[in-house]
Design a protein around this ligand. Structure first.
Ligand SMILES: Nc1ncnc2c1ncn2[C@@H]1O[C@H](COP(=O)(O)OP(=O)(O)OP(=O)(O)O)[C@@H](O)[C@H]1O
Length: 686
């Protein structure tokens, strides 16, 4: 492998001018595409056949116009490929033999000229794959890969790797380094220009494939998940628009931080929620004790609920007799029992089963009516029979209608009912912890807790099957409980999942210790587990400090390595925390970038007030210049300068406090200052 040769200044100038010309021409072409789309939008109603078609066409064209919006500050392309024979892969990654030569620009979206010739290739197009994957040893038909540097939308530099001459920069790329080390002010940005080969492999994995990524802090898991969503939507737009793509993140601060990435990539329709929002059936107004909460999230509850629901189905005791004008039809108890048994064996969701039993009974009544009258009864007749009192009473007796709320209310209000469902599964003490001390009088008046929502969702899934989503991306998935995983599994029986997380960052009481368990609860036990170890956020010195905690975290994960060798770490024992935090924030403010003061939850509000009183202005939004962040919401976030306050209190505040500290220490992009009055946690000092 050789170092890239340098281009003489004069040639450099000529080349830069040519590249800027191509950029200007591409912008003009994009503008023309948008004009054409706007004209079509304006004329849409005249070509559509009917009002519905006109509306659909209008929506599609408006979307197209929005997708073609140009932003002067976002570079239209960031790379160039010179090809002497690249083999294009199809959607699945399989090569289909078309050999391509010539020059191609790679950017955020496809731009073509009037004749339809590509001026910029979408980064997700099959040919663009070579931009991310080619290396000197496997150059995939690439002779030269060029990366462009931009400043405020203006093309200012480029960097070549002549792969055909064995030149390759890898992580020594100046443009990659600049991108990684740039100050993090504002919301999270996309990484399309610098996706690394190991990340690209995950981003472009086929839609059918579920994957689980175990990655150390800052290895780009969130970035990979977001780019994977954009990639899948590009390849399977119509299918996924119908079925939906969902991103699940740990909290609303995190979702706010990542919210701008997909729109910047032209993807405006991906739902982004917390797991609680996904399963909410109304506001959670109740609270759980620590013990009952953990039991409710335990996978055994699924079986308790299943038993409780299906215990409602009983064998019919007598026959049905239905009057129909001057006739009277009859179905014997034995026949009814067989129907109930058969339908149970079919394994349908409860409500569908009930409908099917009703339909079978009506079919038997219909047979009798047909043999008597010689003609088929109408649908109205069938509905009348299905709703007739004897049929309704039979159904209410042996397959009663059920709602999640009523069932759970019955279980949590009544120790005997719970015991009947939980016998052999939950201990007596566990059952006692679940039953309400003061039962709600009706299901409607129950004050459901967040953990109850998980149980209600499980019941709802037993009663009626939810629609299947096309793809779900689960970020910080190590914190999902078995029951929460099941909630996602129910929503993806025909879809796939991308699971992103770090076992070392598990802070929930049910945090995963082994990805195989999580994937089994998600219904994808065969998914591969892929490690990511190269860190793009946390500087080397800080990674080293955080890695000291790993042996104490009880998980088996590969340690991270940092691409960043800059960075600064200070640990200071202070007398007065508030004074020290204010002084540290002032010192940090002398450098560009965002500042995050991460404090024990109990201290956060006081520090925010103290900073405000001192004339600093901590904001609440993530991505602002200064934020005071309670330790429990810092997950997934990052700041150029992180001030960690009182690590020992963070550790002592919760059961998995050491894991929390690991999360908190790994939020820093450039500088980490630790301020403490209490002795540091032992794990940090060994
Ligand atoms: N290939 C890349 N090029 C440039 N920046 C990158 C790349 N990959 C990741 N980054 C940046 O590194 C930072 C960390 O990425 P990200 O938040 O996705 O990591 P993570 O693995 O989800 O971290 P954590 O587990 O700590 O939440 C982000 O600022 C992201 O933009």
């Amino acid at each position: 492998m050789t170092e890239p040769t340098h281009t003489p200044a004069q040639d450099l100038h000529t080349e830069l001018t040519a590249e800027r010309d191509h950029l200007a021409a591409s912008r003009a072409a994009l503008h023309a595409m948008r004009m054409r789309a706007e004209q079509m939008y304006a004329a849409g109603h005249t070509v559509a056949g009917d009002p519905f078609a006109a509306e659909m066409l209008g929506i599609a064209l408006a979307r197209r116009v929005a997708e073609l919006a140009d932003s002067q500050t976002t570079p239209l392309f960031f790379g160039r490929l010179d090809l002497d024979g690249a083999t294009v892969a199809d959607d699945t990654g399989a090569e289909h033999g078309e050999v391509v030569r010539g020059r191609f620009y790679v950017g955020r979206r496809h731009v073509s000229d009037d004749a339809g010739e590509p001026m910029v290739l979408d980064w997700r197009a099959p040919l663009s794959r070579t931009f991310y994957r080619a290396s000197a040893s496997a150059r995939l038909g690439v002779t030269t890969r060029r990366r462009f540097g931009f400043n405020d939308g203006r093309l200012t530099s480029f960097e070549d790797e002549r792969l055909s001459l064995g030149q390759e920069l890898g992580s020594a790329s100046r443009l990659l380094t600049e991108e990684i080390e740039r100050p993090r002010v504002g919301p999270m940005r996309d990484i399309v220009a610098t996706i690394q080969p190991e990340q690209d492999e995950l981003v472009r994995a086929p839609l059918e494939v579920s994957i689980c990524v175990q990655g150390a802090p800052g290895t780009g898991k969130t970035a990979v998940g977001l780019h994977r969503a954009a990639f899948l939507l590009y390849l399977h737009r119509e299918r996924l628009r119908r079925s939906g793509v969902l991103i699940v993140g740990p909290n609303s601060a995190f979702l706010g931080y990542i919210a701008a990435v997909l729109p910047a990539l032209g993807e405006l329709e991906v739902a982004q929620s917390t797991i609680d929002e996904v399963i909410a059936r109304g506001p959670a107004r109740g609270a759980d004790g620590a013990t009952s909460q953990v039991i409710k999230h335990d996978a055994r509850m699924a079986e308790v609920l299943r038993r409780a629901l299906w215990a409602k189905v009983t064998r019919p005791e007598g026959p049905i007799q239905v009057s129909d004008g001057s006739y009277r039809w009859r179905v014997d108890a034995g026949v009814l029992a067989r129907i109930v048994d058969d339908v149970r064996r079919e394994g349908l969701p409860y409500a569908l089963g009930r409908d099917r039993v009703r339909a079978r009974v009506v079919a038997l009544l219909q047979l009798q009516a047909e043999s008597r009258a010689g003609e088929s009864p109408t649908e109205a007749w069938q509905r009348r029979m299905g709703r007739s009192k004897p049929v309704a009473e039979f159904l209410d007796g042996c397959w009663p209608a059920a709602t999640p709320e009523r069932l759970l209310w019955e279980l949590l209000s009544d120790a005997r009912r719970l015991a009947a469902a939980a016998g052999g599964l939950l201990t007596d003490a566990e059952q006692a912890a679940l039953v309400w001390a003061k039962p709600a009088r009706t299901p409607r008046s129950a004050r459901w807790s967040a953990a109850d929502m998980v149980l209600l969702d499980e019941l709802a899934g037993l009663i009626e099957r939810p629609a299947s989503l096309g793809h779900v991306i689960l970020d910080e998935a190590q914190d999902l409980s078995p029951m929460q995983c099941r909630a996602i599994a129910r929503r993806t029986p025909h879809g796939s999942v991308t699971v992103l997380g770090d076992l070392a960052q598990g802070t929930s009481p049910w945090a995963a210790a082994d990805w195989a368990d999580t994937m089994a609860h998600l219904g994808k036990p065969d998914a591969g587990i892929v490690p990511l170890t190269t860190g793009f956020r946390v500087p080397h010195v800080v990674v080293e400090l955080a890695n000291r905690l790993l042996p104490f975290l009880g998980v088996n994960v590969p340690g991270g390595v940092s691409l960043r060798h800059d960075g600064e770490l200070t640990i200071t024992a202070v007398d007065d925390l508030t004074t020290a935090v204010v002084a540290e924030v002032r010192r940090a403010g002398q450098q560009p970038g965002s500042i995050g003061v991460i404090a024990p939850d109990a201290l956060a509000a006081g520090l925010r007030d103290a900073l405000t009183a001192a004339g600093e202005t901590p904001g609440v939004e993530v991505g602002g210049p200064l934020a005071v962040v309670p330790a429990t919401v810092a997950k997934g976030l990052e700041y150029d300068h992180v001030v960690v306050v009182e690590p020992a209190v963070i550790v002592g505040a919760e059961e998995r406090g050491l894991h929390r500290l690991y999360v908190v220490l790994t939020r820093a992009v450039s500088r980490l200052s630790i301020l403490h009055t209490e002795p540091l946690p032992v794990a940090l000092t060994v």
